[in-house]
Design a protein around this ligand. Sequence first.
Ligand SMILES: [Zn+2]
Length: 134
Amino acid sequence: MVKKCIICQEEAVYKIKDNPDYYCQECAEENFADLSLLVRLEEEAQRLKYFLKEKMDDLLNKEEELDKRVIIKDKIQDKTQDKLQDKLQDNQLTNNNNNNNQNKNNSESNECSENNKYKEDNEDNEDENELQDY
Ligand SMILES: [Zn+2]
């Protein structure tokens, strides 16, 4: 990725600190008496490379550490996990059953009107009819 001088579009060598303005050698000398105000792109690139390399090393180290931890955890959990999952499933099942029962009770008490009784009676009759057909 080549940066270009914002004045003459030549390949830039300098850059203003904390600013996306790039200058070639000539324009930098023309516009800035003190070139130390500018950052040499090479140095900046080197700095970036170094920074990135450190970050990568950091990440790799952390990843290795995590891998180790995961392996240890896996070993510990291997034995207990099956039991835990069984327990969890049991709990979920009983919870579901409880919920269902509660819903049933609610709907039954709510639908305690004459209409529903009539409906239920009809349904019962239909069932009987069906049975008779067979
Ligand atoms: Zn230039």
